[in-house]
Write a protein that binds this ligand. Structure first.
Ligand code: F0G
Length: 353
């Protein structure tokens, strides 16, 4: 009989601040595919795998952290959660709050959220506030709200978020039999790189892995505070999910980079969109632009001669491409050949006859 997946808290409880009997709010997150990416492996001369986080219940890696954060909110008896978001955190918070029967308010940068993510917040019943500002402004607002009012903050500054998100590193080690040589992922508010590093370290300390990978973080050129070495006032990129100038987990991300012997670099929007198209056309995985930043960064590193030959490399692709079809289809011709209801015409049009 198939082994059914029980969500990340039940699968990895011994590594998480949860015990049997605690309330657990889950949508079955985690257990996502780790897909060998032959087309990318060939390009960079290494053994490349994609951790497809768009396969989570709300279509992004945020669900791993949200199951933990919302479960703790329920345990503590709070009834309202708030978050700032570039779209995925709000989608996830809204869904898990709906499952738990909590009120959810999301504070978003006006006009900068992909349509699919906006739809998710709406259908799950969240209260939407749009701010004439960027993500960093939104995060300041919800932090202040949570300080002064009886609402629980579920952004990644909530420590339970990173606890849940570290399980992705566990899954990768479990599947590959050990940690990879290098792990590549996009960096925005910098929670996820911090969470992966925590997960890899814990697995090496407690036995299931024998080593930790180098962490390679990738930002968008117009929103690359780690590359600049200081916060950026007006971040801008087509990858709206990582349009962030003042990352909350700054120190943790710098520690992940430096302790692992890794780096954080930037790629252009053009490189991001080219990587997104390539992953879809040659690996068969449709990811959102921010997710493609990891692969774009890896391709750029290969061009610079920085990818060790034959290295085992995992790339997190963080979110589902269906969340933002507008960006993916921009500049493409959507023009099917129109045929009558006729098999011969179909064969003709396909060059089969
Ligand atoms: N990729 C996607 C698809 C994201 O949504 C995010 C962050 C990141 C990468 C970066 O991860 O912030 O942990 O460094 N999205 C947040 C949100 C900010 O509000 O949905 P990070």
């Amino acid at each position: 009989m198939a082994q059914l997946w029980r969500g990340v808290i039940r699968e990895y409880m011994e590594y998480l601040p949860f015990a049997e009997g605690d309330p657990i709010i889950t949508l079955g997150e985690g257990g996502t595919p780790l897909v060998p990416a032959d087309a990318i492996s060939r390009r960079v001369g290494a053994d490349v795998w994609l951790k497809v986080e768009g396969a989570n219940p709300t279509g992004s890696f945020k669900d791993r952290g949200m199951t933990a954060a919302i479960s703790k909110v329920v345990a503590e008896g709070s009834t309202t959660v708030v978050c700032a978001s570039t779209g995925n955190t709000s989608a996830s918070a809204a869904a898990y709050a709906a499952k738990a029967g909590l009120r959810c308010a999301v504070v978003l940068p006006q006009g900068k959220i992909a349509a699919g993510k906006m739809a998710q917040a709406v259908v799950h019943g969240a209260i939407l506030l749009a701010v004439d500002g960027n993500f960093d402004d939104c995060l300041n607002i919800v932090r202040a709200l949570a300080d002064s009012y009886p609402v629980s903050l579920v952004n990644s500054v909530n420590p339970f978020r990173l606890q849940g998100q570290k399980t992705a590193a566990f899954e990768i080690c479990d599947e590959l039999g050990d940690a990879p040589d290098i792990h590549v992922l996009p960096v925005g508010n910098a929670g996820n790189i911090s969470a992966y590093w925590m997960g890899y370290r814990e697995y090496a300390e407690r036995g299931p892995a024998t080593r930790t990978p180098r962490m390679w973080g990738v930002q968008a050129e117009g929103a690359a505070p780690f590359v600049k070495g200081e916060p950026i006032k007006n971040p801008e990129t087509v990858a709206t999910a990582i349009r962030i100038g003042n990352p909350a987990s700054w120190d943790l991300a710098v520690a992940a980079r430096d302790e692992s012997g890794g780096w954080i670099r930037a790629v252009s929007d053009t490189q991001i969109l080219a990587a997104q198209a390539m992953i879809a056309a040659e690996v068969g995985v449709f990811v959102e632009p921010a997710s493609a930043a990891s692969v774009a960064g890896l391709l750029a590193a290969a061009e610079a001669g920085d990818v060790p030959k034959g290295a085992r490399i995992t790339c997190t692709v963080t979110g589902n491409g269906l969340k933002d079809t507008e960006t993916a289809l921009a500049g493409r011709v959507l023009d099917p050949t129109v045929i009558p209801v006729d098999i011969a015409a179909a064969a003709d049009a396909l060059g089969l006859s």
